[in-house]
Write a protein that binds this ligand. Structure first.
Ligand SMILES: Cc1cc2nc3c(=O)[nH]c(=O)nc-3n(C[C@H](O)[C@H](O)[C@H](O)COP(=O)(O)O)c2cc1C
Length: 259
């Protein structure tokens, strides 16, 4: 699986340091893979990515498939500004989001980290208005049974879309139903999507009510395109936002224990 070009390798051992699952060893010579390495490799690609001379290749993540790290990345200030100023959108225009924009979001969201680099998530991107209506309907059905949510039901009766906020798209991410990591991996992928969407002028809002409803209304799962054996890891509404936020609201101070 691991091959070393002896003409390029400087025996610096960086690949050994980079490997999270300890499948590369150096016993005073060139790096080599340990027994059973191919079964343990998580395809994270670090061994190839850190080699300064391009001496190492990994058949599971061939060197030819890597991209160069871009020079242009936001500095800390630009990143902080984005993180503190992104907001949930609660009112969307009727104009649908272009397919290319949604594809761009998915392209980045798939690069979010996953536990053990499992990459087991899959997506449903719903734009069909009838299907969005069905999502609203089934979610409201669940909400109607919950007295604590009666204020939402009242607003819904008055014609407000309390479930999807009139969003024109709903991104649903799903993964193995029995995996502890599905929720965490999904949250990270949606966070990537949400932050990139903010830079593209799109509005987003976490669809927590739909996500919760999917755990108690089984009919919702096929409507959300969730395959058998999978569960919803999270969902966000997407669309062209109607409102522009002029100010950044206050937040509680970080509660921290320094030990
Ligand atoms: C996991 C999660 C689920 C949420 N679900 C909903 C939802 O179903 N509907 C909604 O309008 N907002 C939802 N929100 C948005 C939160 O209310 C919002 O993030 C919070 O009020 C902070 O506002 P901000 O996102 O503008 O900073 C959800 C947020 C998170 C993180």
């Amino acid at each position: 699986m691991i091959t070393i070009d002896a003409r390029k390798c400087t025996q610096d051992g960086l690949c050994v340091l980079a490997c999270p699952v300890n499948i590369i060893k150096m016993d005073g010579g060139f790096p080599e893979e340990v027994d059973g390495a191919a079964d343990r490799c998580i395809r994270c690609g670090h061994c190839v990515a850190v080699c300064p001379t391009g001496a190492l290749d990994n058949a599971l993540t061939p060197a030819g498939e890597y991209l160069p790290v871009p020079d242009k990345r936001p500095d800390a200030e630009a990143m902080e500004n984005l993180l503190v100023s992104r907001r949930s959108a609660r009112s969307f225009r009727k104009k649908p989001v272009e397919r290319e924009q949604l594809e761009r979001l998915l392209e980045t969201a798939r690069c979010a980290p996953t536990a053990s680099n499992a990459q087991k998530l899959s997506w449903t991107m719903i734009q069909d208005p009838q299907r969005l209506d069905r999502v609203r309907e089934l979610s409201l059905e669940w909400m109607g049974t919950n007295p604590a949510r009666s204020h939402y039901m009242e607003a819904a009766r008055q014609g407000r879309d309390v479930i999807l906020r009139d969003a024109t798209a709903l991104a649903v991410v799903h993964g193995p139903a029995r995996s502890f990591w599905t929720a965490i991996d999904s949250t990270l992928a949606l966070t990537y999507m949400e932050l990139l969407a903010a830079t593209m002028g799109l509005g987003t809002c976490w669809a927590g009510l739909v996500t919760y409803a999917s755990t108690v209304v089984p009919e919702l799962l096929p409507v959300l395109g969730v395959p058998e054996g999978s569960k919803v890891g999270g969902a966000i509404m997407l669309g062209h936002p109607r409102l522009k936020h002029r100010l950044i609201p206050p937040r509680d101070a970080a509660r921290v224990t320094w030990l």
